[in-house]
Ligand binder design. Structure first.
Ligand code: SF4
Length: 399
């Protein structure tokens, strides 16, 4: 009998992002580097679990919740969390406190005790051992439940397919059924009535109705197709600027090395990324970050220059002073020949070529000032010159 494939929503997400990346992570068992956003998310998930733990007789107070966050946060160093510096970690911690305080301002005591929090379950179904951690399950009565998933990232908008997977798990899980029956022994069947993403940074809830059977069926077919490809060993890389830029496996990836990675497959213990390769990855990450930062600064500089110039012109100012710098506009006139050959021919025709030696813009402009040159010739010469007016903005530090 073939063993069930251990599967989860996040594994499916990684396979869809890049099958080769999935292979590095789950076949070669090479862990990724710590990511600060995962550490931040898991600290907040732990606090929410603490707040709504059904075993508590009452919701903990705000100081108790903040104290819990402190302990949770201090379990690891900033490097272990994946922050670039202790200062960045401190910013993350302050944001975590702000979120918990805002959550309490919304009065979590009004939320009835849930059926479960952070419930990890493994469901054997259709050849898969489906692992899921459902953040919160609320009981709505008559065997109906609400599944709630906390989000801590930047984006509020999400596709509901993760919740579809939870719906599939919840309605087939004997553990969830037992928990619901503990609340209401008359219940024969559990039915998901509501699905929701709860975005903690903005305290915004994105609710979805129960997914119709047809959608669940189609979603599940898609899950099974992905699982089939994994079983068949289809791990062709799908490089893309975004996913490769942040991928921890770039130094091992055939797309970048030109050769297949031959590390031992299916190790029993997780391996670490080869140490010799790591500094290169770090350097490349650093370089990418610096390029992005420089690009963003250049864009900001261009925007500021445009704003300053517009304001100076609107107010008819030539210059204006900040506390430490002054900005000044200078009108510039650029001259160019419309057709240089015609200028040369004209000067030859008028026997002026010897006078200018070489017909450059400055020598021709000198002719326009020359009192021995007739006004008619000057007018003709003027017609060969195109003048463009521009404005230059200079910003100087004040003494
Ligand atoms: S570097 Fe790109 S192509 Fe290679 S594994 Fe990572 S995401 Fe896939």
């Amino acid at each position: 009998m073939t063993k069930n494939l251990s599967f989860s929503y996040s594994k499916m997400g990684m396979y869809k992002e890049c099958p080769q990346k999935y292979k590095f992570r789950y076949v070669h068992l090479l862990p990724e580097k710590p990511k600060y956003y995962f550490a931040f998310g898991s600290a907040l998930h732990a606090v929410m679990e603490f707040i709504h733990n059904p075993a508590h007789t009452a919701i903990p107070t705000l100081p108790e919740a903040l104290n819990f966050l402190d302990k949770e946060w201090n379990k690891t160093t900033f490097e272990q969390k994946g922050y670039a510096s202790a200062a960045k970690e401190l910013e993350g911690y302050a944001e975590g406190r702000r979120i918990v305080e805002s959550y309490y301002a919304q009065n979590p005591a009004l939320i009835p005790p849930p059926v479960s929090v952070e419930m990890k379950s493994t469901l054997d179904i259709d050849g898969l051992s489906l692992i899921s951690i459902v953040d919160r399950i609320d009981y709505l009565g008559n065997g109906r439940i609400k599944i709630l998933d906390y989000k801590t990232g930047k984006t509020v908008q999400r596709e509901p397919d993760q919740l579809y997977m939870y719906q599939k798990v919840a309605e087939n899980s004997p553990t969830i059924k037992a928990l619901v029956q503990a609340k209401d022994p008359s219940i024969k069947e559990v039915r998901v009535a509501e699905l929701s993403f709860y975005h903690l940074p903005t305290l915004t809830e994105m609710k979805f109705d129960r997914a119709p059977d047809k959608e669940i069926f189609e979603f599940w077919q898609h899950v099974l197709q992905v699982a089939d490809k994994i079983r068949a060993g289809k791990f062709d890389p799908t490089p893309g600027e975004n996913q490769c830029r942040w991928c921890d496996y770039r130094n091992l990836c055939p797309v970048f090395t030109g050769k297949e990675y031959t590390g031992t497959e299916r190790r029993t213990r997780p391996q670490t990324l080869p140490p010799a390769e790591n500094p290169l990855t770090n350097e490349q990450d650093l370089l990418s970050e610096k390029i992005d930062r420089l690009g963003q600064l250049q864009e900001e500089v261009a925007r500021l220059q445009q704003d300053i110039q517009t304001l100076l012109e609107k107010n008819h100012f030539e210059r204006h002073f900040g506390k430490h710098f002054k900005a000044e506009l200078t009108n510039l006139e650029q001259t160019d020949f419309t057709d240089k050959q015609r200028v040369v021919n004209f000067l030859r025709e008028k026997h002026l070529l010897s006078k200018v030696l070489a017909p450059t813009k400055s020598t021709v402009l000198q002719l326009l000032q020359d009192e021995t040159v007739s006004p008619q010739i000057k007018t003709q010469l003027q017609s060969f010159i195109q003048r463009t007016k521009t404005v230059r903005l200079d910003v100087e530090k004040l003494p």
